[in-house]
Design a protein around this ligand. Structure first.
Ligand code: ZN
Ligand code: MN
Length: 257
């Protein structure tokens, strides 16, 4: 079943929207992911996570937000690094708001952002909030959800996949989570011989501007991907998409149409 909006013809798309299909908007980034992975990891993984979820619940996946908010040193290595190409927060907000309003114009009433880039979240939230505020009473039957896919990896799975301890999702930039998912979904885009196997980055518990580049590990990764495997990626995709499907079904099930 085709779930990706840009692969559908306009008439099939309109029919699905008319039948009440939720629209899931992947939100990614163009950001360095170490020497072993390409720049579009967040965009690719948010799109595939949304795709897997959409298959389960009969949703449509919107064309992704390919660029995201500025990479932060404590969660993405920082915006100073080569290749990392980011949008100002107001622009991410405006894009998120515009997309919500566009899908509502098409007839959608249930919209979810499937976030794949840590730093996007609050700007997606702001965009959704501004869209609903602008709609006012006209948006009374509209519901928007925000989900970051890693929040749907449960404790039991974390224990299984990180037997030597889990450092937190913020430090998972270019680490086991993303690398395993890429090994499962796009192994041809991963070069495990280039993984830098270093201990998790030790970053201060504050931010400083301009950044001090020496705080970011030379690899650009905040934790090691050495333990990444395609099998872990399969489990992560399965667990996160099942969890998101459940949350979306339960929230959007409340809508009376
Ligand atoms: Zn990433
Ligand atoms: Mn990211």
């Amino acid at each position: 079943m085709a779930v990706y909006m840009e692969e559908l013809d306009a008439f099939s798309y309109a029919q699905k929207i008319g039948e009440g299909a939720p629209v899931l908007i992947p939100a990614g980034s163009i950001e360095q992911h170490g020497p072993h992975m390409p720049l579009h990891v967040d965009t690719l993984l948010s799109r595939r996570m949304a795709g897997e979820t959409a298959q389960r619940i009969g949703a449509i996946v919107a064309a992704p937000m390919a660029y995201g908010y500025k990479s932060q040193q404590r969660s993405g290595g920082g915006n100073h690094l080569p290749g990392t190409t980011s949008l100002d927060g107001a622009l991410v907000t405006e894009i998120a708001k515009t997309l919500v309003l566009e899908f509502i114009r098409h007839g959608a009433r249930a919209i979810g952002f499937v976030n794949g880039h840590f730093e996007n979240y609050q700007f997606l939230y702001e965009g959704a909030d501004l869209a609903l505020r602008e709609l006012g009473c006209a948006g009374e039957d509209v519901r928007v959800m925000l989900l970051s896919y890693w929040d749907f990896v449960d404790e039991a799975t974390i224990g299984r996949l990180y037997p030597n301890g889990f450092t937190g999702w913020d430090l998972e930039h270019g680490g086991v989570l993303e690398t395993s998912l890429m090994l499962h979904l796009h192994p041809e885009q991963v070069d495990m011989t280039k993984v830098v196997d270093a201990p998790p980055a030790e970053l201060p518990n504050y931010d400083v501007l301009p950044v001090r580049p020496e705080l970011t590990p030379d690899s650009g990764c905040l934790s090691s991907a050495a333990e990444a495997t395609a099998e872990k990626g399969r489990i992560l995709l399965e667990t996160a998409s099942a969890g998101m499907s459940e949350a979306i079904t339960s929230e959007f099930g409340l809508i009376s149409r």
